[in-house]
Design a protein around this ligand. Sequence first.
Ligand code: CAA
Length: 258
Amino acid sequence: MTDYNTILVERRDAVTLVTLNRPQALNALNSEVLADLLAAFAAFDADPSQRCAVLTGSEKAFAAGADIKEMQHQGFADMYGHDFFAGWDQFTRTRKPIIAAVSGFALGGGCELAMMCDFILAADTAKFGQPEIKLAVAPGMGGSQRLTRAVGKAKAMEMCLTSRMMGAEEAERAGLVSRIVPAADLVEEALKTAATIASMAPLAILANKEMVNAAFETSLAQGVQFERRLFHGLFGSADQKEGMAAFVEKRPGSWTGK
Ligand code: CAA
């Protein structure tokens, strides 16, 4: 398997575990981290043996933001001219599911990266925030949009304008995270959840992810129609025949991905 400088990649059967590994910078996201993540997730998406991924950081920090030291001396022409951060769009085009397992700080770009994943499992120590305003800037990796969609305008606006961090319990109440797990169990629980997803039929995994994400991009009527068409499409798969036969015959299904 490829070696990366800023991340660790392991495989557990059909699950890929990616761990951000820049402890000296609290996993701050620089260009090298972006390049490593894009390469690792492109490989994950292309590998038919892999069905779900977990993205995690360290106990202290999922990621403390985009790398401030890398951005510090950039001007408008550098940032706008090179469309700085546009590379992250490719991360969000990963077709297979990615679970963010967040312990400690998920700040700025760290919070934004967690929100680019398909759902967030939070350790009880997790702290989410968009503190960019303290640096005299603003979110740049989607935080103002994804946080607002996740927790609503009031909380998102307060967090962006004051830099207040949201703890795990508030994040769960607000709908930012799916569940809270004791910090010591976070990665194992995320891997277990990923293994559950990975045990499902591959085309159904893709379709479920795609249709839920469509809810962010379409009107209700268009989204419902998109869902229905994908649902119809799954009836062209061998795994649908197998899945329904297995239910009727009271046995587990066995998938071909066809
Ligand atoms: N970029 C670069 N380096 C960072 C970093 C970041 N976002 N966050 C932490 N580090 C570095 C620190 O500079 C420090 O390095 P040195 O030892 O070389 O000084 C090291 O990581 C450890 O950090 P601290 O000593 O600050 O650790 P702490 O426990 O005292 O504080 C913290 C932890 C509260 C998370 C604090 O590090 C912090 O506030 N970090 C910055 C958070 C932030 O502003 N994030 C937003 C960045 S901008 C952004 O993300 C834009 C966007 O929308 C994409």
